[in-house]
Design a protein around this ligand. Structure first.
Ligand code: GDP
Length: 438
């Protein structure tokens, strides 16, 4: 689905606009926290044309030592990078601010279609005067809207839809069944070395997809009759000169790759160990439902047991919430164990597509009821009535329970661990939902 990003300073009315545009049945379909802070994804459609609205609301204050929690401008950049159309919202009652100008400069560089929306113009008499000021941003004609009252949103949606890429553009994909694989990680971890090693030893086809809005170059690799699509490797091979040393941009690129992948290969520099940034990307991949394989690269450089142990230790410590991700020690330089990556990709992809029968699930639930922990709160006791699989890629399960609010993080993790002990799911995230049923 095409993506429409809503960017702008806090409090200009982005979330109100999202609610307007997404309509009455709005539900947040996905939330991601971390790298780009609190983005929410909403399904929307207008006259039958579906798209996803991304709200960049809820920006947290910044910590200066954290490369990710940077500015509003960078927030907006991350959102704009993945979007097909950008809605830039400014506050008409305040006028142009420095932050607006900074966001505007960035948007001009991103080269996506941008609509400049001037919100909170509640006094029509002064509207023209106020609007005039926003021409200085150089984003084109400012459009007055009232997110609150809904004025102008119908016209706005017409225009948004007209700017979306043609439907079916993705059908240019020559092998729609190929498994999407993203190679992600920090700069210098060895992503391009690994990529080259992989395509050097396999039959590969480089396909320059001529999408107007998508600049990714996919590389297809064929192996034992299976096809793999290495995603967004353009950024890996052709090092973009401007941003190269800034981790943040490598992250933004990784994010886009993750969006189009089934399996993420996280390349970690063993000499450095797994860092907080690596952990954040890993979490992002998991949030987006990607299977995850961790590759401890440059293993050849670790010349004593202590260093090797330390490297592994950093991974284990950072992955306590996702201990199911397989870890492979490789050297992209010497080729050590690179061949084994395929097996892990295949296995993780198979687990991600796995289905469990309802009867097996309910046998599991019976066991959990009889021998497992439960949650009690005063007089209330959690009862799990029934469970069924409600999704694949990644697997999702819905539990029908008497008091969903009793399900806390600890219990959720407990159930997940029991599910994994019973059914596997190595390498893939799984999703558990708890719905009310008496
Ligand atoms: P990228 O930024 O993640 O794409 O990293 P590169 O592939 O450009 O690798 C960064 C540096 O690490 C280069 O000098 C590589 O030659 C080196 N490198 C990559 N993989 C390995 C490895 O397995 N062992 C060693 N010793 N060096 C490696």
């Amino acid at each position: 689905k095409p993506i429409v990003a809503i960017v702008g300073r806090p409090n200009v009315g982005k979330s109100t606009l999202v609610n307007r545009l997404a309509g009455t049945n709005d539900a947040i379909v996905h939330e991601s926290r971390g790298v780009t802070r609190d983005r929410s994804y909403h399904d929307a459609d207008w006259n039958g044309r579906e798209f996803t609205l991304v709200d960049t609301g809820g920006i947290e204050p910044m910590k200066s030592d954290d490369v990710f929690s940077t500015s509003i401008r960078d927030q907006a950049l991350a959102a704009a990078e993945e979007a097909d159309v950008v809605l830039f919202v400014v506050d008409g009652s305040v006028g142009v601010t420095e932050e607006d100008e900074s966001v505007a400069r960035m948007l001009k560089r991103v080269k996506k279609p941008v609509l400049l929306l001037v919100n909170k113009l509640d006094n029509p008499a002064r509207e023209d005067e106020r609007l005039w000021e926003f021409y200085s941003l150089g984003i084109g004609d400012p459009r007055p809207i009232s997110a609150h009252h809904g004025h102008g949103t119908g016209d706005l949606l017409d225009e948004v839809v007209s700017l979306l890429p043609e439907e079916g553009e993705d059908e240019d994909d020559p092998y729609p069944d190929a498994l999407g694989v993203a190679i992600i990680g920090r700069p210098n971890a060895g992503k391009s070395s690994l990529f080259n090693k992989i395509i050097g030893s396999e039959r590969s086809i480089v396909s320059d997809i001529a999408g107007t809005t998508r600049d990714a170059i996919d590389t297809y690799v064929e192996r034992d009759g299976r096809r793999y699509r290495l995603v967004d490797t353009a950024g890996i091979r052709k090092k973009s000169t401007v941003y190269e040393n800034i981790e943040y941009y490598s992250m933004v690129r990784g994010l886009r790759a993750i969006d189009r992948a089934d399996v993420a290969l996280l390349v970690v520099d063993s000499g450095v160990g797994m860092t907080e940034q690596d952990q954040k990307v890993a979490n992002l991949a998991i949030d987006r439902g990607c299977a995850l394989v961790i590759l401890l690269n440059k293993w050849d450089l670790l010349d004593d047991d202590y260093k090797r142990e330390q490297a592994l230790d950093t991974v284990n410590r950072r992955m306590t919430l996702a201990p199911w991700a397989p870890i492979l020690r490789i050297s992209a330089l010497t080729g050590r164990s690179v061949e084994k990556i395929w097996k892990l990709i295949d296995a993780a992809a198979a687990e991600r597509a796995k289905t469990i029968s309802t009867s097996a699930l309910n046998r599991f639930l019976t066991g959990l009821r009889e021998f497992g922990h439960t949650v009690v709160d005063g007089k209330r006791r959690l009862r799990m009535h029934y469970v069924t699989q409600t999704g694949t890629n990644p697997p999702a399960f819905t539990f029908f329970v008497n008091h969903p609010d009793l399900v806390n993080d600890t219990y959720r993790r407990y159930v997940e661990n029991r599910m994994r002990a019973e059914f596997g799911f190595e390498g893939t995230p799984i999703r558990l939902y708890f719905h009310k049923k008496h």
